[in-house]
Design a binder for this molecule. Sequence first.
Ligand code: A2R
Ligand code: GDD
Length: 322
Amino acid sequence: MIMKAMLIGGAGFVGKHLAIYLANTYGWEIVITGLPEEQEAITRSNLGRFAPLNILEREQIQALLEQERPNYIFHLAAQSSVAVSWKSPQTTIDVNIKGCANLLDAIRSIDIYDPKILLIGSGEEYGRLPEGICVVPETTVPCPGNPYAMTKAAQTMLGQLYAHAYRMHIVLARPFNHIGPGQMSGFVVSDFCKQVAEIMNGKEPIVRVGNLTAFRDFTDVRDVVRAYGMLIQHGTPGEIYNIGSGVVISIQALLEKIIQQSGLSITVQHDPQKFRPVDYPSIAADITKLQHTIDWKPEISLERTIADTLTDWQIRLKNHVE
Ligand code: A2R
Ligand code: GDD
């Protein structure tokens, strides 16, 4: 029997990579759900069958699940940007908390149905760390430092609650920064690569940046989706798993690597609009628990990720697909 995976919010950055990985590795049938306006792009891409779904509409979710009854459900739908969450906390709360509550409750209410579910949280949930700590295991108490992180921490608590109270097979992924081709601008590597690709096209050689002093743990999205595919099958319900590389790099060093790959001489300008009210100095994932559970380690180097992201932006700018 061919297994069916439903990627809720699968028309976004991660969903497209996950669809390719699951279909190629496991041969699963892929159903990608998204907002109606995402239908055309997904249908054209041939990544899977598209089903329109707004996760704020609980009845829509239940009807679709009753019809499709997927074996695996990856919950990717979100307002995924920390920066946007400062500007639109209400939307972030609606989509990330109420949307997840709608999904879990819809699954629970369907008779004789026990799918495996992966909820995607965030390394941002940890937020302010205890003095002297910057590599965090899952036992670290979350102290979210922005609206997005707060919603992801709430989603994790909801997932654990449903896993324990209703014995649902809900596994909780906690990915740190993931990057690569196809990411929207608005995230640091994609933002910088887009600007550098524009400069390569002849634009004024200035890159506008926010806080370069933070240190973050970056992993290629193609490595992250491998972990998702394995975790949904082998993770323990109710348990949280960090996903990351375990090492940090400063945003300054990241920018230098991107500029170096372009081979151009570029001026860096600070843009006050790009700074956040709170931005913690340094955080990396302790992935011991993940590696005890699945056979996984990041395989794609930061240099390759940057090169692929730069190339991707050159293609997107040429084709006017931003
Ligand atoms: O906002 P849009 O039009 O880009 O659509 C996003 C979609 N989405 C929704 N889907 C259904 N009902 C909603 N009410 C709703 N609101 C937003 O979720 C987008 O297509 C998808 C999320 O994809 P991205 O923003 O590209 O996030 P990414 O990087 O794929 O992250 C996947 C997961 C998220 O939970 C992140 O918070 C986490 O990984 O890092
Ligand atoms: N976006 C952006 N743009 N960030 C910048 C810029 C800029 O021009 N300049 C500096 N930064 C800094 C931010 O202040 C932050 O310290 C760091 O770069 C990373 O910012 P983002 O790429 O926006 O990611 P994030 O860390 O806020 O959140 C990402 O990682 C989380 C997991 O750790 C997102 O992918 C989240 O969805 C994800 O959950």
